[in-house]
Design a protein around this ligand. Structure first.
Ligand code: PEP
Ligand code: MN
Length: 692
């Protein structure tokens, strides 16, 4: 006989009704208890915020909580596994509540509204990750879905959104190349991370039969992750779609029961579809990691376990990458990801993208980054942020201990130093005296070859710059100079042809296979000039322009930095430091004459600058005799002096027809002057152990 009888009128037995009432009551009670627990958690968080020595994550205390929980679950005859999972989620919620501090967090007051862009449609995994991350950050989110990653980044750069949330890697399919390429080539800050469990479902119209499916739509990556299912559904073909949720929506719109999609359960719900089968991915554990990008870095509380993302290129030296990894190992820094990306501006050079544990401002990480410098051409910290991937690591259920288990173990990670030391000086000559060699296209500055940068003061026309290129190509030039933007003393003088001039210069450079050097005047022109020029020049008048120097720190082209007319060598080195601090280590210093009481020359060439700089920095040092001399006759003697004191090269103005020059005609060398200069330089350069 059955224990519970249904009543004659079809109503449920009273036991069922009563049990459901009990469930609803208990659920309300659980929520009330959870609220009380979160209030206590918040108090702990406030105390931690006030006490500088307390780390947010106290692994010992978490273990203790877990022990007590499991012991209680066992005593009540409940599943250790499932109750353990519930506690894990509660602990995640607690950590994030504490991390956000008073007034913020999932249910704190004072919430901001932020605009977040992602790739895909509502209900996609990116959208789900956005919900999860911003629930933790405690902001109100306005979401915008874009059709591709590049458009999300553009929207961020143009201020249409405040943040971009992009997937960087998946635990099954690996790195997401397009997003990582955007990370290394654009100037964006990484401000947070999120992980999201990918749980693919086969979704279709209500009443659709799996056996009758002819087409299954989804993002190609998702389709690739469900191969086993496809091998059992021979009649169904896979059709690429730009995102999983968009595929689900298209199934709804098609209204055809033979078409289904692979998407999340949330997408099925959102578009009114049925889940035909759950868990259709080949791998059970499938997670995607996302990075939250912004235009500016954000402050984070470094007591929460954190991570740092950085990009770097290593010097073309054997063992350079191994040396970088050793620096990290010597500092006991855990590298959680390392991948190489193509460097589009310099073929066959590679850019590394690394994630490591710790914050860039931690004393230990800062010191490691300082030690990496001599091995890199470029090093840029994209950002430090709280490590959220950590939460997804399974919590190990502890074996039950005997005894009262009362002793508290403290977290292994020591509290972070309150004041990280100032970063090491990036320009300083290292103890091993190794000097930087800077590659610019086919040329190398700072190596065994003495570098000649020749060309007119200004680009005046297409014909003029092509003629100049032809003239210098056969007279020993390694690079070609030419100003497209001219910083003239008088506003009525020729100001340069601007971007049109740059186009002519780049054309001539390609035709005669000469890398080009050109001056940039404004921070906003740095990116467009860097697209065409091989080396960007900072003129003497701009050496103190810190905004320009900072903008140059963010690119990966070499910078030719001229000494200001009244700048000390220390000021020149600090200007170089500005560029290097931004991540660009390819700086070439240039002495071009300074202002003194002497009026016989345009400026006074400070020959001693060369050996003084060489003793202080690993950066290459070149000399511009043209702007020091001001007249043609003095250019060659000053150039020879520069070579004799150990300069790495020269930048010299010349013109096919100086009498017709629009700029600095008195100091421009003629073709025959160039030939004499090269002949006279040869023995001096050789005496320095170099070749021309
Ligand atoms: C130049 O090289 O074109 C120039 C303007 O030089 P400086 O900045 O040294 O005056
Ligand atoms: Mn000039």
């Amino acid at each position: 006989m059955k224990k519970h009888e249904f009543q004659e009128d079809g109503n449920a037995p009273s036991e069922l009704t009563n049990a459901r009432v009990e469930i609803d009551r208990v659920d309300r009670e659980l929520i009330r208890l959870l609220k009380r627990r979160m209030e206590a958690v918040r108090t702990v968080g406030d105390v931690k915020l006030e006490g500088p020595a307390l780390p947010f994550v106290d692994a010992g205390r978490e273990r203790e909580v877990l022990h007590a929980w499991v012991r209680e679950a066992q005593a009540q005859g409940l599943s250790e596994y499932f109750t353990g999972r519930i506690l894990r989620e509660i602990l995640n919620y607690s950590r994030r509540t504490q991390e956000n501090g008073p007034g913020r967090g999932p249910e704190g007051g004072g919430r901001r509204t932020v605009r977040v862009g992602y790739q895909g449609s509502p209900g996609s995994y990116s959208d789900l990750a956005c919900t999860k991350l911003f629930a933790a950050r405690g902001d109100v989110v306005e979401r915008m879905g874009y059709s591709c990653f590049g458009l999300v980044v553009r929207a961020l750069e143009e201020g249409e959104i405040d943040y971009a949330l992009l997937p960087v890697e998946n635990s099954v399919t690996g790195s997401i190349g397009e997003v990582n390429q955007l990370l290394v080539t654009r100037n964006l800050a990484v401000v947070d991370e999120e992980t999201c469990t990918v749980d693919h479902c086969l979704v279709g119209l209500r009443g659709a039969q799996i056996g009758e499916l002819r087409e299954i739509r989804s993002h190609p990556v998702a389709l690739g992750q469900c191969q086993r299912m496809f091998s059992s559904l021979r009649e169904a073909r896979a059709v690429d779609h730009f995102d999983t949720a968009g595929a689900a929506r298209s199934v709804r719109e098609a209204g055809d029961p033979t078409i289904a999609a692979i998407a999340s359960a949330e997408a099925a719900e959102r578009y009114g579809l049925a889940i035909l089968r759950e868990g259709v991915a080949d791998q059970v554990h499938n997670q995607t990691r996302f990075l939250l990008l912004s235009k500016e870095a954000e402050r984070v509380d470094t007591r929460w376990p954190g991570k740092t993302t950085l990009t770097f290129t290593v010097k073309d030296r054997s063992g350079a990458l191994a040396a970088c990894l050793k620096v990290l190992a010597d500092h006991s820094i855990n590298l959680t990801r390392l991948e190489s990306r193509a460097e589009p501006e310099t073929p066959w050079e590679y850019m590394f993208l690394a994630d490591l544990e710790g914050y860039a401002e931690d004393a230990n990480v800062a010191s490691a980054l300082g030690e990496l410098r001599p091995w890199t051409n470029h090093l840029r910290v994209l950002g430090s942020y709280p490590s959220r991937a950590l939460e997804e690591r399974p919590i190990e259920l502890p074996p039950l201990e005997r005894g009262n288990g009362k002793q508290r173990t403290r977290s292994k990670s020591a509290p972070k130093a309150a004041n990280a030391p100032a970063p090491a000086t990036l320009h300083a000559l290292p103890a091993d005296q190794k000097r930087s060699i800077i590659r610019a296209g086919s040329a190398e500055i700072g190596g065994n070859r003495f570098t000649l940068i020749l060309g007119p003061c200004a680009v005046e026309s297409r014909d003029q710059i092509h003629e100049a290129a032809a003239m210098i190509k056969t007279r020993g030039a390694h690079l070609m100079r030419g100003g497209a933007f001219k910083p003239r003393s008088s506003p009525y003088s020729f100001q340069g042809l601007g971007f049109e001039g740059l186009t002519f210069l780049a054309e001539a450079g390609r035709r005669y296979e000469l890398p080009i050097v050109t001056e940039v005047l404004r921070p906003e022109d740095v990116d467009p000039v860097a697209r065409d020029a091989d080396v960007l020049q900072v003129g003497a008048r701009n050496m103190h322009n810190t905004e320009l120097l900072k903008a140059l720190g963010r690119i990966r082209r070499p910078v030719l930095l001229k000494r200001g007319m009244s700048a000390t060598l220390e000021e020149l080195l600090q200007a170089a430091e500005y560029i290097m601090a931004g991540g660009n280590h390819r700086v070439i210093l240039c002495e071009r004459g300074i202002r003194t009481f002497e009026t016989s020359t345009r400026n006074t060439l400070d020959v001693s600058a060369v050996p003084v700089l060489k003793a202080r920095t690993h950066l290459p040092v070149i000399v511009d005799p043209s702007h020091a001399a001001g007249v043609r006759e003095l250019v060659t003697p000053l150039a020879l002096a520069a070579a004799a004191v150990g300069a790495d090269g020269l930048i010299v103005e010349c013109h096919p027809d100086p009498s017709a020059a629009l700029c600095d005609k008195e100091q421009a060398l003629r073709p025959e002057d160039l030939e004499q200069l090269v002949e006279k330089l040869r023995p001096i350069v050789a005496s320095q152990g170099r070749t021309l």
